[in-house]
Design a protein around this ligand. Structure first.
Ligand code: GLP
Length: 241
């Protein structure tokens, strides 16, 4: 994770020095936990005035949120961000945006979220994890590169994958989510896909072997001119993808 954090730190420093802070695209999930821990530890070593400047300029948009969970719900992605980044870094929650999962009108919330990202100028650096069925954000297969921010129905495999945050019970995982589409994700200046653990080796191999396969949404990422891939030995697999 230190190598990814090096890159993130450099980007954050450069954007502060050039006074051109572009919104960050942030992800949740177990993959991101050690990354945020390492990033927090690195940024806390910054001189106080520089860290304060970062807090002032911080602007980020998360990829997704469950429909039906209030931000305060312990299993919401909003709570995840509060626990892993906002609290430890002392960020203003108003500068860390996620889709509004608790609204009575999720479609309208998705439209509002997309509009907020557009008016912020789109994402600079976008962090991404990889779902075990090849999803990015919550863009479940099948999906093409043109899909936009919207409400999606989660597959049973994704609800099982994420059950660990819901007492291990897939039935407690919400059935729907609001997610950025591949269209908004591919519009970021640079993408950083982080894949760890042997359980992701197979789907990573598919994502790299296929060039734009609707059944493996992550395969569309290959079309981005600045895609960084950060993979640990276990996810790379013994023979490599
Ligand atoms: C989740 C999220 C994705 C995340 C992925 C991997 O469902 N919607 O944004 O990157 O699945 O999760 P994990 O890191 O826990 O394997």
């Amino acid at each position: 994770m230190e190598a990814v954090v090096d890159q993130l730190e450099q980007r954050l420093l450069a954007s502060l020095e050039s006074e051109a802070f572009r919104p960050l695209g942030l992800a949740t999930g177990r993959t991101m936990e050690p990354l945020y821990a390492a990033l927090v530890s690195r940024l806390r070593d910054w001189p106080t005035d520089r860290l304060q400047l970062l807090r002032q300029h911080w602007r980020s948009f998360n990829l997704d949120e469950y429909v039906g969970l209030a931000a305060e719900h312990p299993s919401s992605f909003s709570a995840f961000m509060g626990h892993h980044l906002v609290g430890p870094l002392g960020l203003d929650p108003a500068q860390v945006s996620l889709p509004d999962g608790a609204t009575a009108d999720p479609e309208a919330a998705a439209d509002r979220y997309a509009a907020a990202i557009r008016s912020a100028g789109g994402m600079g650096l976008q962090l991404l994890g990889l779902g075990s069925n090849g999803h990015v954000g919550f863009n479940e297969p099948p999906c093409g590169p043109e899909v936009r921010c919207r409400v999606v129905r989660l597959s049973s495999s994704t609800r099982s994958q994420n059950a660990c945050a819901f007492q291990g019970r897939p039935g407690l995982v919400p059935e729907q989510a609001i997610t950025l589409g591949l269209q908004e994700i591919l519009a970021a200046d640079e993408l950083h896909l982080i894949v760890t653990g042997a359980s992701k080796a197979g789907i990573l191999r598919k994502a790299l072997d296929r060039d734009g396969d609707p059944e493996v949404p992550a395969s569309w990422l290959r079309r981005h001119p600045r895609l960084w891939l950060w993979v640990d030995d276990a996810a790379w697999g013994e023979e490599g993808p």
